[in-house]
Design a protein around this ligand. Structure first.
Ligand code: FCB
Length: 452
């Protein structure tokens, strides 16, 4: 039987959210616009036509939400700070009301014995910066450093754990490559410029905020990438997708170099050659790496159209490569479930950076939950998903890998980006008409696991 006692006593148990997905209150207290406001309000972008204007109203209900997560036995809360609340125009004056909100949020965590973990960028770029070129231009990395510096200076007495970026793969390749996420630009291989500027922003921010009292890291979404067969074409497909998803981020951050094969596949090698001097900053030591783990991937190279790096795609230069169904069960996102993939990812990271502390900063599953009946939300599949992944986490800790904590994605159903409210990931059900919260069976299971 899975038991919390099989984990070290100082293992961190938490839950994660992101500002635009939960806060709402998009015009409150001087908040500026972000690319997600613009994107969500553009017809056709969000599956159910919804926006994050109200979301979970966490901006007003945060104290209740923190009380609830503490009641569930969780002792860490990973939230993100909305850049447009702190620096409404992306550059220029700081908004004290924005800092004050996150101070109250962090202080409330501390009152309940919950450690705050702050992510500085979970995809909500101030719209004026996008209008100036967004992550495609270098200036945005410098503006990120400035925002990180004022935020850290204003809050580092109450927040000790800091993450610069969440999933730069999504922000760059899905935001600027395929355009399925904000800002919705379809630039193909040029999206790799956004990758570099995001990583540079990370390096600049880290340099500006690092202090001996704090702990600093970045959050990636690595996945095991396997070839569908032993054929050279399929093995090459796996090399390409592993390159774009994993090595394009892990190598510069942990080894101080970009993977040459990826830059070649995408035709971006000449552009990157100009900026090699940025790599020492990008690869400055991390206190920890955050890993968001959801799924493994199996890929194949079908006969057929030859890849064209100028085509809009989240896998530029390799957009003919397909993911293959290997018969694993799937969540409502259609993501295959394989908990042992989490171990594969943690082993891969430990091989690259032996001994580097890692947190699972997100892990969870969407299922089409029915509304509560007599206060009960049946979500056995989600419970099983969490149980399986926590079991693998326990095994990995037992093997001596430096896994330090686990954050469930997510506390409560929220605005799931381009899926709007049509995908529920919470361990707490939210009725979006009333903002009523109901702990699901998976949440009660986790509570028993954590408090038994
Ligand atoms: C991750 C995001 C998070 C959430 C989950 C389901 O990619 O970081 O905000 O959307 O996926």
């Amino acid at each position: 039987m899975l038991s919390r006692k099989d984990f070290p006593p100082d293992f961190t148990w938490g839950t994660a959210t992101a500002a635009y997905q939960v806060e709402g209150a998009v015009t409150a207290d001087g908040r500026g616009l972000s690319i997600w406001d613009t994107f969500a309000h553009t017809p056709g972008r969000i599956a159910d036509g919804s926006t994050g204007d109200v979301a979970d109203d966490h901006y007003r209900l945060f104290a209740d939400d923190i009380r609830l997560l503490a009641e569930l036995g969780l002792r860490a809360y990973r939230f993100s700070i909305a850049w447009p609340r702190i620096v409404p125009d992306g550059s220029g004056p700081t908004n004290p009301a924005g800092l004050d909100f996150y101070r109250r949020l962090a202080e409330t965590c501390l009152e309940y014995g919950v450690t705050p973990y702050a992510t500085l960028y979970h995809w909500d770029l101030p719209q004026p910066l996008e209008d100036g070129g967004g992550w495609m231009v270098r200036d945005t990395a410098e503006r990120f450093r400035d925002y990180a510096a004022v935020t850290h200076a204003g809050l580092s007495d109450v927040i000790k754990h800091w993450m610069t970026l969440n999933e730069p793969w999504c922000a760059a390749l899905v935001g600027y490559g395929s355009g399925e996420l904000a800002p919705g630009r379809r630039e193909g291989a040029n999206a790799l410029k956004a990758v570099h500027h995001l990583l540079l922003g990370h390096g600049l921010a880290l340099e500006a905020i690092r202090s001996p009292e704090g702990s600093y890291g970045i959050v990636l979404n690595p996945a095991p990438v396997r070839a569908a067969s032993d054929s050279p074409a399929d093995r090459d497909a796996a090399r390409r997708i592993d390159g774009l998803l994993n090595r394009l981020f892990l190598d510069p951050l942990l080894l101080g170099k970009y993977p040459a094969d990826v830059l070649d596949d995408t035709g971006m090698a000449p552009w990157f050659a100009q900026y090699e001097d940025d790599l020492p900053l990008i690869s400055a030591p991390l206190d920890f790496l955050g890993v968001n783990y959801y799924l493994p991937m199996t890929v194949a190279a079908p006969d057929g159209p030859v890849a064209d790096p100028t085509k809009p795609s989240a896998q530029p230069g390799s957009e003919n490569i397909v993911t293959v169904d290997t018969g694993l069960p799937r969540t409502q996102m259609d993501w295959p479930i394989q908990a042992t993939g989490l171990r594969d990812v943690l082993v891969m990271i430990n091989n690259l950076a032996p001994g580097l502390s890692v947190y699972v900063t997100e892990n969870g599953a969407a299922y089409p939950d029915a509304p509560p009946v007599d206060g009960i939300v049946e979500d056995d599949e989600r419970q099983r998903y969490l149980e399986q992944h926590i079991t693998v986490a326990q095994r990995v800790v037992g093997e001596g890998l430096p896994l330090k904590g686990y954050f469930v994605w997510t506390l409560m159903d929220n605005f799931e980006w381009a899926w709007g409210f049509s995908r529920r990931f919470g361990i707490v059900y939210v009725d979006h008409a009333t903002q009523q919260r109901t702990v699901k069976k998976s949440g009660r299971w986790l509570q028993r696991f954590l408090t038994a």
